[in-house]
Write a protein that binds this ligand. Structure first.
Ligand code: ANZ
Ligand code: ZN
Length: 818
């Protein structure tokens, strides 16, 4: 037996795998499996904590390879963005040099860990060969009328003379110079994601293998609400205003109206009411508060009267028009009808300014007295003080009133979404230039597709923020000829949000070197959708909505057959230090990979990382874990070398000694466990099963037996996805195989050996049998539950709200309440 010389082994196989291109994905696979981990931002070197999701994905990719799939497991870099620009400003290196250096360092670190990426498909979003197609995506959206320009408010620091991102505004002040931030309006590019609100919402129902929390976050983010718009006449002004409400049943309780400060109507009403000064001052003040603070339920509501009134179309009563900053300009019509008796925000507002409170909905049987209310009554009930609707059930009256409004021409049915269009312009240098040209004569003209990419200028750029895009001061870049009239024109000086780059990278991987199109139709159809996508939950409402949106646009363009980018999403837990702080460079507790691998080897790091706990849960990294993992590998190394692989007779169960049968059973049990656990993200328990098999082998006296050899050979295969280098070495040198272990067939469970009995259990959903499942008698409760929930017909009957309760009566029935 040789020593376990991990340094030699890891170096040797990393080179061989790369030379033999064993991770290379084909063009049009027959039986495909696409495993993807969210790509990183190259801000320096990658540390150990960041490897968890890459390792989780790597095990799955290798497992699928051994199960006869053609696997696509690619990698890339989210390489545009602010940190590169800041580093450039601070250290005087240009952003590209800084970024490419980080990529180089991180790539080597990944290679050290032996992850099965197909480097021939690597994408780097800041390179022209990639961002050319990001620009193409922009033009695609423009052509489909999904990209448009409008004025929008942005955070503005009057001292730095620059636009600030939300995260650069701290307590209303500029992060850098502490000056109070104001708002300014700039013409900016938007993607019309709201056009896809309904599709994005409906699509969630089909994503049965997405974590429920992500879907809930997306549903709330899209925030569909159904109601109506009601029109009010403004007094002594030939003008109507409309408000969006989900509670038209409270229309008789309106005692004031409120307009958002940004709404141009606010000043118009103030002028009409002769209160320009007061209102103007109020607007200035409220522009300094962020939307988040404004929408906060705890902040005291305030506002100012415009001096103008309007008429309730139902009651004919006159009410005051106010400006209030709890009204959001970007939602509904940027106006609300104030119903203090039945809306808490309106209640607080009315209390503060002594506005009347009129109760129009009573709890059945009980009469509410406005004087004694200390909060709004928001529940449904019976309508009162509402003319012809008195006595009606308020819930039903919502529909009646909407119909009545439409019939009388006083309003219309309306569905609103919280989702806003996606602001993609950035007044920054380090991003993909927006491929548009501004011509005095022709207006806004797209750059012709065959002139892409619009290259980011590398020299003579002043990155320091000066209140406009850095590109605006590079004449070489800005001055162009108009593609339409040939006259002098200007480029758009803005760059795109980096979330645009990542909204389509999963598509590029299907055909990463294509220089005629973002990807080929055939390649896209062959590889997409992603089979498993692994990353953090923090992207639930950003990237994970954007990439669904862009995928749907490609689908509608006829370039993709799938409508969703991926059907299975996994959110991994974070790696922390022993005190429970998330491992990160900024916290100073990041474990560098290079020295670790030097000391312990990549395989030890991989086992330690994957054995640390369930992949979905947060887990603490420890020295002890590393030591334990290293010892296990050494034991396995020894146990495998002890086997006599020349013994290849067929095993006849009938003639086996009891000790041999025990080992053989354990082996088949381990195959079953490891296979199931890898599919269900139980990487840690899969390793535990391999360790149980190892214990059984070590307890086995006759290391020369055929059964021992069979178990040892199988163990090498089962462990290969987790500790690929050591297993490849054992496979070729100890077991004596000529081809890579990753080209071998995953071992098969022999149920006859397991002698596993199964039973059939009925599965009820809300009291009715919807399926029958066959499960092993020894299944745990969790296994029975997940088998039940995996049934197609069960899923169909579990309502959108999900599972409320699930009860397993052992060996009898599974009952689900939904
Ligand atoms: C009158 C009313 C009475 C309302 C009542 C609620 C309760 P969702 O469900 O989130 O869509 N609203 C409308 N536009 C607004 C804006 N631009 N800024 C702030 N609030 C706005 O909320 C719809 C409700 O939010 C609407 O229904 C409106 O208040 C308010 F007892 O109208 B409601
Ligand atoms: Zn022109």
């Amino acid at each position: 037996m040789r020593d376990y010389d991990f340094k030699m082994i890891e170096k040797k196989w990393q080179k061989r795998w790369s030379d033999e291109r064993i991770y290379r994905a084909g063009r049009t696979p027959e039986r495909k499996y696409y495993v993807l981990e969210m790509y990183p931002y190259p801000s320096g070197d990658l540390h150990m904590g960041q490897f968890r999701n890459y390792l989780i994905g790597d095990v799955i990719a290798r497992f699928r390879m051994m199960n006869g799939y053609e696997v696509l497991h690619p990698f890339g870099w989210d390489a545009f963005g602010l940190p590169a620009e800041n580093a450039a400003i601070q250290r005087g290196i240009d952003p590209e040099t800084w970024t490419m250096k980080n990529i180089e360092v991180s790539r080597n670190t990944i290679k050290l860990m032996g992850i099965s990426y197909d480097w021939e498909r690597e994408v780097t979003t800041c390179l022209p060969e990639y961002y050319r197609w990001t620009q193409w995506v922009f033009l695609l959206l423009y052509r489909r009328n999904l990209a448009y320009r409008k004025k929008a408010y942005v955070n503005w620091c009057p001292s730095c003379q620059t636009v600030l991102a939300n995260e650069q505004v701290v307590d209303g002040n500029c992060e850098r110079c502490k000056t109070q931030v104001t708002k300014t309006d700039l013409k900016q590019w938007f993607f019309r994601i709201t056009e896809y609100a309904e599709k994005l919402l409906a699509g969630l129902d089909g994503l049965t293998q997405w974590p429920e929390p992500v879907k809930i976050l997306q549903r709330n983010w899209i925030g569909k609400s159904e109601g109506c718009e009601i029109d009010f006449d403004i007094k002594k002004m030939n003008k109507k205003i409309s408000v969006f409400t989900t509670r038209p049943d409270t229309i008789y309780g309106v005692t004031f109206m409120a307009v958002a400060p940004e709404n141009p109507l606010a000043m118009e009403l103030a002028r009409h009411g002769g209160r320009e000064a007061e209102v103007g001052e109020y607007i200035d003040r409220s522009m300094r508060i962020s939307e988040i603070e404004r929408a906060s339920t705890v902040r005291e509501k305030d506002g100012v009267y415009t001096g103008t009134n309007c008429i309730n179309p139902f009651s004919g009563k006159e009410v005051e028009l106010w400006v209030a900053d709890y009204v959001l300009a970007s939602y509904g019509t940027g106006m609300v009808m104030g119903v203090p008796a039945h809306d808490q925000r309106d209640f607080e507002f009315a209390k503060k300014y002594d506005i009347p409170i009129k109760v129009v909905i009573n709890q059945s049987g009980e009469k509410l007295d406005p004087g004694s209310m200390d909060e709004a009554y928001v529940e449904p009930g019976v309508m009162v003080n509402s003319d012809m609707f008195d006595g009606h059930d308020s819930q039903r009256a919502i529909e009646e009133i909407i119909d009545y409004c439409s019939k009388k021409g006083m309003g219309r049915r309306k569905t609103n979404y919280r989702l806003r269009d996606w602001l993609i312009s950035r007044q920054r240098y380090w991003g993909a230039p927006i491929p548009m040209i501004h011509c005095e004569k022709c207006g806004v003209v797209p750059v012709p597709v065959d002139e892409l990419p619009v290259l980011l200028p590398r020299e003579d750029v002043d990155f320091a923020p000066r209140g406009k895009s850095p590109l605006a001061s590079v004449p070489r870049f800005m001055n162009v000829k108009c593609p339409e009239c040939g006259g002098d024109a200007q480029r758009d000086p803005d760059t795109m949000d980096t979330f645009v780059c990542s909204s389509w990278y999963h598509l590029r991987y299907s055909d990463a070197r294509n220089d005629k199109a973002p990807f080929g139709r055939v390649e896209g159809a062959s590889w997409l959708p992603i089979d498993e996508y692994i990353g953090g939950i923090e992207h639930a409402c950003g990237h994970l909505i954007y990439f669904r949106f862009i995928t749907k646009v490609f689908h509608d363009e006829g370039m993709l057959s799938c409508e969703e980018p991926c059907f299975r999403l996994f959110n991994h837990g974070m790696i922390t230090d022993e005190e429970g702080n998330v491992m990160s460079k900024s916290k100073g507790n990041a474990l560098p990979v290079g020295p670790f691998v030097e000391k312990w080897g990549a395989d030890t790091g991989r086992i330690a990382m994957l054995f640390i706990g369930p992949p979905a849960k947060e887990s603490a990294w420890s020295e002890r874990g590393t030591l334990g993992a290293h010892r296990v590998l050494k034991r396995i190394w020894k146990a495998v070398w002890q086997a006599m692989f020349e013994n290849t007779q067929e095993i006849d169960i009938e003639t086996l000694k009891p000790e041999e049968l025990t080992l053989l059973r354990k082996y088949h049990w381990a195959i079953d466990r490891v296979s199931r656990d890898i599919k269900e993200y139980g990487h840690n328990t899969a390793i535990a099963a391999i360790m149980e098999l190892l214990n059984e082998m070590q307890a086995h006296d006759d290391k020369g037996s055929v059964v021992y050899a069979v178990a040892a050979k199988g163990l090498v295969q089962l462990l290969a996805p987790f500790a690929p280098h050591m297993c490849e070495e054992l496979w070729r040198e100890a077991v004596g195989q000529g081809e890579s272990v990753f080209r071998s067939d995953w071992p098969e469970v022999d149920r006859a050996v397991l002698r596993e009995e199964t039973i059939i259990l009925p599965v009820q959903v809300n009291g009715r049998v919807r399926a029958r499942i066959e499960v092993p008698v020894e299944s745990t409760e969790e296994e029975v539950k997940s088998a039940a929930l995996a049934e197609e017909n069960v899923r169909k009957h579990v309502s959108r709200a999900g599972v409320k309760k699930i009860v397993v009566v052992p060996e009898k029935i599974v009952s689900i309440v939904s």
